[in-house]
Design a protein around this ligand. Structure first.
Ligand code: HEC
Ligand code: HEC
Length: 339
């Protein structure tokens, strides 16, 4: 794997978040111009080798400006991602829209999703998913200063505040499974408000107005570190960080555990349920022992330094996530009866 050491942070990004306030006056997203074609050309044939030269993003006073046709969107429950800041954009071929089939959202052919990652203002990678016929292509662009090169093999990056693992294209599909290629573009994740043209608006209403998708809101996933009951926040955390593998057809299919938000606690098969794997290690024997986080492998897997730490691919533990799942398990008095 190539090892990329970062030059000093002479090149930085700012991401806008929420509507401008006197303390944080950064302008937020503006409505896209869906007829513009300043970026889509670059992504219509072979994938470009270098992202910064495509015209898809430019930098203005530290703020990363998307090309006019890029549609900013945000998710209700973001993945932890080694505490990176992230920003997401959707690009649709002119006149096309996102559709729904088999209870999942589907991109039209040629659509592209971008997800930027930065830590402390230092750009790290921009991940890309492109719909190609019936398939999806997963690649990433690794930033070094103001240049971002196509990478499919993975890399280790040394950032000013610690290491970062860039997944290979093969790694992407452990989480973005063939039967569930999109994880953030789902009704549950898109059901939230977003600040566009200086106003906080419901995201799915905007999609309807812009003619790019007509979907009803889904069950309320919440921001694990935001508002919501302890149960909603903990279950949203497990959903967004774990359930892409721990669901019936996910990568960890051999393990009979389903961490999706919509399952009842009994149906997650965690409460008072023994682990299937590694019974002989220092892991507690039960996945979730009610009232007893220290005796729950869900907490152990989040916090251990051993190679069994979850989720795979990240290099760092998530102190806020550990605190949340610990508090949640401590609050559970007894296991519900399985149905
Ligand atoms: C550890 C699991 C995991 C791995 C590995 C992973 N992703 Fe993701 N990805 C997610 C989750 C969960 C989301 C949705 C939540 C979010 O965006 O914070 C997501 C969202 C995205 C999005 C936004 C669009 C969407 O709705 O899915 C893009 C683009 C993306 N990933 C690309 C990639 C690429 C390219 C790779 C490999 C280089 C990759 N991801 C590897 C879990 C993963
Ligand atoms: C990229 C896929 C992936 C993600 C994401 C993931 N896991 Fe896992 N998990 C696995 C695999 C594969 C195993 C089986 C191998 C092993 O035991 O390490 C496993 C095993 C486990 C086990 C042991 C279960 C048993 O019965 O032995 C627990 C508990 C667990 N994971 C919790 C989590 C938690 C909590 C998260 C989210 C923070 C998470 N996992 C995210 C793939 C994943």
């Amino acid at each position: 794997m190539p090892k990329i050491a970062r030059a000093a942070a002479t090149f930085g990004w700012l991401f806008c978040s929420g509507c401008p306030t006197p303390e944080d006056p950064a302008a937020c997203f503006t409505s896209p111009d869906l007829d513009a074609a300043s970026c889509i050309e670059a992504f219509s044939g072979e994938l470009p080798e270098e992202l910064a030269a495509t015209g898809c993003f430019s930098l203005s006073e530290g703020l990363l400006e998307p090309a006019p046709e890029l549609i900013p969107y945000d998710v209700a429950a973001p993945l932890f991602s080694d505490s990176a800041d992230k920003q997401r954009f959707l690009m649709l071929p002119t006149g096309s829209a996102v559709t729904e089939s088999n209870d999942q959202l589907a991109l039209p052919d040629g659509a592209v999703l971008f997800k930027h990652f930065a830590r402390a203002g230092v750009p790290i990678e921009t991940r890309v998913i492109r719909r190609e016929g019936l398939e999806h292509r997963y690649v990433t662009y690794v930033w070094d200063g103001a240049v971002a090169e196509l990478n499919t093999t993975g890399a280790r990056v040394v950032l000013p505040d610690g290491a970062w693992a860039v997944p290979s294209s093969a790694d992407c599909s452990y989480c973005h499974g063939a039967d569930q290629p999109l994880l953030g573009v789902s009704r549950a994740q898109l059901t939230r408000s977003i600040c566009v043209d200086g106003e906080q608006v419901e995201q799915l209403d905007l999609w309807r107005t812009w003619g790019i998708g007509d979907f009803v809101s889904d069950h309320p996933l919440v921001d694990p570190q935001g508002e919501g009951t302890l149960d909603e926040r903990a279950r949203s955390y497990l959903h967004t960080n774990c359930a892409h593998c721990h669901r019936p057809a996910g990568w960890a299919v051999d393990i009979d555990m389903d961490l999706r938000f919509e399952q009842s606690l009994a149906d997650t098969r965690t409460c008072d349920t023994p682990n299937q794997y590694f019974a002989g290690t220092s892991s507690p024997a039960l996945r979730l022992s009610p009232g007893s986080p220290d005796d729950s492998s869900l907490v152990w897997r989040l916090s251990t330094d051993a190679e069994q730490r979850m989720a795979p691919f990240g290099l760092h533990t998530d102190p806020d996530g550990i605190a949340l799942i610990t508090e949640w398990i401590a609050s559970i008095e007894a296991c519900p009866q399985a149905r």
